[in-house]
Write a protein that binds this ligand. Structure first.
Ligand code: ZN
Length: 219
């Protein structure tokens, strides 16, 4: 099974990708991470990409496609891949289809984990951890038993991740929606698009994704 997994930060995309890797033996291809790794290891694609990026230009679609092409031919992708971070535009989506067809492969599903902004903000912005032992808490969902005192170690200092605040989250969600919006109609037109409520429980989301893959397998 070959899928694209879409979802803003906080939608649980990483968790679901790991689940799919374990259950179906698929491999997650996070293109941003792959590109950074290729540059770090000075692989031919990385060297070429760095040269272009150093000129202040965007990495061309064909280079990204090439990188994905090399990856999907790897034995670890025999049972399928989970593409994450690419495509972002219709031309990229079209180029991806052309490349996959040339390899006698195709996409089986495009799954978007949708989120409700208000719920996501409440979920993420209330998080804090103990500065000493790292125990995790949440203002609303998991407060300390005694206010201001860590349940685990009795410490009274806590850390909040600076980017856990609502404004940063809103900006990230907006960026995600703008980046993803163009390709949704493209995949909808191909009957590949499935929207799953990312705010449901982890188990419910898993079950929904499994049923989508089972359906796709039959068609
Ligand atoms: Zn503690």
């Amino acid at each position: 099974m070959n899928i694209i997994l879409l979802g803003p930060p906080g939608a649980g995309k990483g968790t679901q990708a790991r689940f799919l890797e374990e259950k179906y033996g698929m491999l997650q291809l996070a293109t941003g991470d792959m590109l950074r790794a290729a540059i770090r290891r000075a692989e031919p694609i990385g060297v070429e990409a760095k040269k272009i990026m150093d000129q202040g230009k965007l990495v061309p679609d064909q280079l990204m496609i090439k990188m994905i092409e090399v990856s999907i031919e790897h034995p670890a992708c025999t049972r399928g891949f989970i593409l994450d971070g690419f495509p972002r535009t219709v031309p990229q989506a079209e180029a991806l289809d052309v490349m996959l067809a040339s390899r006698h492969k195709k996409l089986d599903a495009v799954i978007e984990l949708s989120v409700d902004e208000a719920t996501l903000i409440e979920r993420i912005s209330g998080r804090f951890i103990c500065a000493k032992c790292g125990a995790g808490y949440h203002d609303k969902f998991m407060p300390t038993k005694v206010p201001g005192v860590c349940d685990e170690c009795g410490n009274k200092e806590f850390i909040r991740r600076p980017d856990d605040n609502a404004e940063v989250l809103k900006t990230r969600l907006k960026a995600f929606n703008e980046q993803t919006a163009p390709i949704l109609p493209y995949y909808k037109g191909k009957n590949l698009l499935h929207i799953v409520d990312g705010m449901a429980s982890m188990k419910e989301v898993q079950e929904k994704i499994e049923s989508i893959l089972e359906m796709a397998k039959k068609s």
